[in-house]
Design a protein around this ligand. Structure first.
Ligand SMILES: [Zn+2]
Length: 44
C-alpha cells in the first residue's frame, strides 16, 4: 500500500505554482508569478 501523498503538482498557492517535489521531504519546487523558481517547505 502506498503512503498517502499530497498531489500538489500544478497546484497554485497565491503567487506560486508547484512544479514538482523538492530535494527534501515536504519541500516543493514552486514557481513564482515573476518567473523565479524556489524550493518551499509545504505545510504537510
Ligand atoms: Zn516572484
Amino acid at each position: 500500500m502506498r503512503k498517502a501523498t499530497l498531489k500538489l503538482e500544478g497546484k497554485r498557492f497565491g503567487l506560486y505554482v508547484v512544479l514538482s517535489k523538492g530535494s527534501k521531504p515536504r519541500y516543493w519546487v514552486t514557481k513564482c508569478d515573476c518567473g523565479k523558481v524556489t524550493e518551499t517547505r509545504g505545510s504537510r
